[in-house]
Design a protein around this ligand. Structure first.
Ligand code: NAP
Length: 332
């Protein structure tokens, strides 16, 4: 069995290029003692992969010559582990490759019966959990508060805004382009949307949040974070989920200009990592599954095809071309 793999060829500078990677073909590995052989079916494309291939973050950087790290879902093709059997569908860090042999203990989770792969890798996976814990644990919304979400039409942002609505808050989304803004209001039930590509974000936030922003759920950073900081309400919270506006920066990003408004407004700005919440995964997935089933959370997935398209598909996130959670189907 042939195994196609994308290896990291060099550390990217600026936007990722195909030439940052080598596409190679080897033999599929045989699973060793206690290991399973996984046939990757679907890859998750995540902005954090830009950091993983560039430098040490909360995980060590992928080394030059190593398979590119990626979330994925696959089918067990051979098993030397008593808890995993051939045919099980599993999710984990399976990498940009057709096949991977790995020890499944603590590394692979079985897909719950009856859950579609697309859903398990979006609203009911790490993406949904990020929105759930970021908004509820870090943001701590109260009914009637105003929640502003950047990257609002994306995988995480769209779920965060919809949870804000479920918690009886006003939800305002910031996204790129009229189509995404229309989806936020017409489908996802946001109260308002700001198109940062064609509108003045500061002026629109002033209009839409006359009493200020109680929670700013930030996926973007940069100028949008500055605009939100300037409009923070008394005791406002800034939930730092990510800062994609600067992930391709070639120079260190300047600090937020308006951070001293946190002093004036007695505000709190706090980062978090969804990985710290894995012990509480069942709580989040249970709640999210109920909201998806009842239609209170609308999900959108953007499925591209072909392992050969892995770098191009990851790039879509940074070009704003993804419509919802970006996935890459590599086998049926
Ligand atoms: P996503 O939002 O589905 O896709 C990324 C979106 O970012 C794009 O669709 C684009 O939307 C927007 N974007 C790209 N470049 C931008 C720029 N220069 N300025 C403004 N917006 C830009 O991706 P996701 O997987 O849900 O991730 C969203 C954020 O959450 C990222 O910052 C990610 O690192 C973070 N995250 C954090 C955790 C955690 O544990 N803290 C976990 C998962 C994800 P537009 O078309 O609207 O520009």
């Amino acid at each position: 069995m042939k195994n196609r793999q994308w290896l990291l060829a060099r550390r990217p500078v600026g936007a990722i290029k195909d030439s940052d990677f080598d596409f190679v073909e080897t033999e599929a590995p045989a699973p060793g003692e206690g290991q399973v052989l996984v046939r990757n079916l679907m890859l998750s494309c995540d902005p954090t992969q830009r950091g993983w291939i560039a430098f040490d973050t909360y995980l060590p950087a992928v080394r030059i010559g190593e398979v590119v790290r990626s979330g994925g879902a696959g089918r067990i093709e051979a098993s030397n582990h008593p808890d995993f059997k051939v045919g099980d569908i599993v999710t984990g860090l399976t990498g940009w490759q057709d096949y991977v042999a790995m020890n499944p203990k603590g590394q692979l989770s079985k897909l719950p019966a009856g859950v579609a792969l697309e859903l398990a890798m979006s609203a009911l996976g790490l993406t949904g959990m990020t929105a759930y814990f970021g908004l509820l644990d870090v943001g701590r919304p109260a009914a009637g508060e105003t929640v502003v979400v950047s990257g609002a039409a994306g995988a995480t942002g769209s779920v965060a805004g919809q949870i804000a609505k479920i918690k009886s808050c006003r939800a305002i989304g910031i996204a790129g382009g009229p189509g995404k803004c229309r989806w936020l209001i017409d489908e996802a039930g946001f109260d308002a949307a700001i198109d940062y590509k064609s509108e003045n974000v500061s002026a629109r936030l002033k209009d839409l949040c006359p009493k200020g922003i109680d929670i700013f759920y930030d996926n973007v950073g940069g100028d949008i974070l500055d605009a939100a900081l300037a409009r923070l309400a008394m005791r406002g919270r800034v939930v730092l989920c990510g800062g994609i506006a600067n992930y391709n920066a070639t120079e260190p990003a300047p600090g937020p200009k308006n951070y001293l408004n946190l002093v004036v407004q007695r505000g709190r700005m706090e980062g978090f990592l969804v990985l710290d919440y894995l012990p509480r995964a069942a709580e989040a997935v249970g709640a999210l599954a109920g909201w998806v089933q009842s239609g209170q959370i609308k999900t959108k997935v953007d499925v591209q095809h072909g392992l050969d398209n892995a770098p191009a598909t990851l790039r879509r996130l940074f070009e704003g071309r993804n419509e919802g959670k970006q996935l890459l189907r590599i086998a049926e």
